[in-house]
Design a binder for this molecule. Sequence first.
Ligand code: DHB
Length: 487
Amino acid sequence: MQRRAMLKGCAAAIAVPMFATGCDVLDGSAKAVDELAFDPGAFTVETKTVATFERDKKVIYQFYESVVYVAKPVDKTHQSLSVSVPVEIDGASVDASKAPILFTNSVAGYLASAVTSREPDDGDRTRNSDLALAAGYVVVEPGVRGRDLVAPDGTYFGMAPGAIVDLKAAVRYLRHNSGRVPGDTDRIVATGVSAGGALSALLAVSADSRMYDRYLAELGAAEASDVVFAAAPYCPVTDLEHADMAYEWNWGANPLRSGELDAAASRELSTAFPDYQASLALHGRNGFGPLTAGNYGDYLVRTYLEPAATAYLTALSYADRSSYLATNPWITWSGDRAGFTWPGFLSHVGARQKGVPAFDAFDLSSPENNEFGAGTVKARHFTPFSLRRATGDPGAQLDTDLPEKISMMNPMFFLRQRNSGRAKHWRIRVGTKDTDTSLAIVGNLAASLENLGDEVDAAMYWDAGHGSNEDPEDFIAWIGKVTGYAG
Ligand code: DHB
């Protein structure tokens, strides 16, 4: 559609005589050449062996490397994607032309990311990619700009909202190339871990929002929809402007590994959480009723933590389970179910990962302070609380460009708007010992989606830390199920 429209525009323009073969030389408005056309022939053939639950599988796949996805890139290294297309699995040829597309970003810490080659396994994210390939799915790995990119003149060019704009541009590129790029562009499943998990959720809920238009236009992004079908965020570090209060509400009583916490600031922040939580007007799963700061601990225990502990303990041998229960007397075991209290759980988790405030650091030292920098300013405050405390000015206001950028980075903003183009199929995972953010931040993302009626598979991994991925094969099966792809 997109391409035909462009050609038609050109045909009108060439009513005047012209000398060149293309018509893009006449003026910028009439381009016959589709600069964003994917070249289906530009691949190398690669082989890898993927250890699956059943057995090792030998996968032969076509690999498209460093495909620039915008017409006017500011950074080709990061604004490019790779595509992997399985053609043979264990000697049997496969046709992935209509397969789901696993769209997996490798963002960590809001830093720039690039996928320039198929490295051997470097962790859980590539584990998902490899399993997806071995299941016959297409894997797309977009690079995106990040907060660390700085031009020679000292201007940062990958801060908010760079990463999400780039992810959107990459999805638009894929959809623009429907039929040329292998895979079903109506079955894109976005995933990522931590900051990358947050971005995958944001991508999926902010679908086709006009807020990003001017940024996308500047890059020459394809004029196509950036809707994705499903999203699978792992430990999403998100809702950044409310993450400090949610963190102190959750981990406020947990000690640092070393050093003292600012107890007064912790108390002030946690005191602000109930109003925020109430403003979301969320209801808990399974008829729990309104979610409040007062009952959220019990909600997490009942909905996520006890089921996670139960699954963990059930999978242990009798001897290992007995030994675990002996060292953790705060857990009761009824024979098939773990039971405990929220305070019991909190003291089990022990030391917290972050200081006070966890995100908008008074000394501007957090990754998020840097993410919300702008121009030549490396880091800024993005909450009135920290801005006012750090400057000593109780009337200080955030820079005027920030409120919009903060919203553009927050899936909760789009969920409150009930953006109807959002992905309707969700799979959310986080470890119970992940103290990089509050468990309520992840719980609120899940509850928001559930309350909107979306299909949400949200669960926690018992005793697992930041970035864990303990059921990758289930994820692959889930993709097949929600997309309806036979494989
Ligand atoms: C990541 C971790 C953090 O604690 C954070 O604040 C932001 C990002 C990450 O692992 O991507």
